[in-house]
Write a protein that binds this ligand. Sequence first.
Ligand SMILES: Cc1cc2nc3c(=O)[nH]c(=O)nc-3n(C[C@H](O)[C@H](O)[C@H](O)COP(=O)(O)OP(=O)(O)OC[C@H]3O[C@@H](n4cnc5c(N)ncnc54)[C@H](O)[C@@H]3O)c2cc1C
Length: 565
Amino acid sequence: MLFHDVLIIGGGLAGLRAAIAAAEKKVDVAIVSKLYPPRSHSGQAQGGINAALANNPKAHDDTPEKHGFDTVKGSDYLADQETSIYLTEQAPEAVFEIEHWGCPFSRTEEGKIAQRPFGGAGYPRTCYGTDKTGHYILQTLFEQTIKHNIKVYNEWEVIGLAKDVDTCCGVIALNMHSGELEAMGANAVVFATGGSGRMYGNTTNAIPSTAFGVAMPYWAGIPLKDVEFIQFHPTSLYPSNILMTEGCRGEGGILVNKEGDRFMKKYVPKAMELGPRDIVARSVQTEILEGRGFDDAYVYLDLRHLGKAKIMERLPGIREITMDFNGIDPIEEPIPIQPGTHYYMGGIDVNIDGASPLKGFYAAGECACVSVHGANRLGGNSLLETVVFGKRAGASAGEYAKDKPKQPKTNALERALKREEENFNQMLKSNGNENPYTINAELRKLMPEKAGLFRDEKLMTEGLEQIRVLKERYKKIRPVVSGSSFNFDKIWVLEIKGNLDVAEALMAGGLARKESRGSHFRTDFPKRDDVNFLKHTLATYTPEGPKLSYSEVQITKYQPVERKY
Ligand SMILES: Cc1cc2nc3c(=O)[nH]c(=O)nc-3n(C[C@H](O)[C@H](O)[C@H](O)COP(=O)(O)OP(=O)(O)OC[C@H]3O[C@@H](n4cnc5c(N)ncnc54)[C@H](O)[C@@H]3O)c2cc1C
């Protein structure tokens, strides 16, 4: 039976950084990833990573403390403050580390790391490598895993956890090459499975970013935190919803409606296009809903005034995308955009060390909710979170695993393997006729309608009922395609189950939160309500549906006040 001291599930930025930190604890580490790590979604990150380096002339007095305050304010005061302050204090060191490992950041004229303005930030503090920052950092970290000789199980999909009473003792994975299920023992497991955006139809997230990574620990009894908070990015390309980075507005791009009006002056006159994402996304949607969009579907992101040289130097990837997908050269024409579902602020409930309530089980990156984004993430803070908390979770897991016996808990692993085999066999023998992909398509259509930018009791009640009907229909699906090597039907049908259960938790959490905070905007409760709802939602899985409870938000330095931009 396979065994490693620490198993890292996911080869994106959080997983790679966790693996390096665990390896530095001199334990045997392996990464298990359904994608070859450099293909992970982190590589699509465009705009940059935040750190108060004060390199931009307009940011000479920027500090990590100011970054910490912006993060807490941006979160609409739902982020845990000790954790957020740790994130921003660690940021300069984290970025210098990547730089010293060879990441080709763009440079100022003096040769320092270049920084651009991003939304909701008081200073230009987003460090970037043109508009391909995620790609550069991902390659850089991957090189380091090679240097540390970290074993990677490429194209293995983890499908369940193995528990020995109250401790995680490994995972069950599908080796996609052979089609075999394997039990993989470990003393510590770190989940770094990325985002869940594919629960929604109008998303900037790629096909692998389903809620399955979050669903597995949920099914194993670990609560999900702040489930109702999902971020809508203001500028995704119409109609494909491919991201148009906030860097476009950071470099001076403007938003214009069909009347030629630069409408952000009505909503946040001071910050304009660089208001926080929740506010800018709702403003764009309001323009569209009130008839000032084009074809009732989009407004313009106009970059033309930036000029050819700046667009070619700072936003070459954006130009390539708009030319390839819409036949539009942003040097000559404005870009049609609309809000798109972008980032899941909710996730696996973990503490500052990445540790979950289940012993031996850790999580980092977008699948985790360590609570630094609260109700609204600031652009540029997620790449930062992957490296800061990836490192901390990997180090904690390495430390925890170090002195444990180096052998698999065979009985518990065999039980888990049997459970997953039976599940697959049941799927192969299923005698229903429901098409699972139709169910998923219906889910992805209803999510933006019922739990989108504007929510209310009626919409979410309908949404919850519809999800429950879809869950019933899922029990009657047609048999899964048989066949072993690279049988994607097996995997995707399982992932759809994850989407359904996490979407149900999101909808239930949103219904129960009768206030508006950050990305969760309720037209029937349009104000923030700190008296009743300054608290984290926790959703615990039960076969009948999520059970909700609440935990305290850590308020240390900054008392919640009304956000003004
Ligand atoms: C288009 C786009 C642009 C963005 N730009 C920025 C930006 O400029 N700045 C910023 O701060 N943030 C940005 N974000 C957000 C940020 O990129 C992500 O939140 C972050 O990269 C997530 O990293 P991760 O390591 O958690 O997950 P990922 O990079 O998604 O990695 C997940 C890994 O888990 C593996 N995996 C998943 N499920 C399984 C399984 N069951 N078994 C085995 N392996 C599994 C995958 O193979 C993958 O290797 C952007 C997001 C998008 C969608």
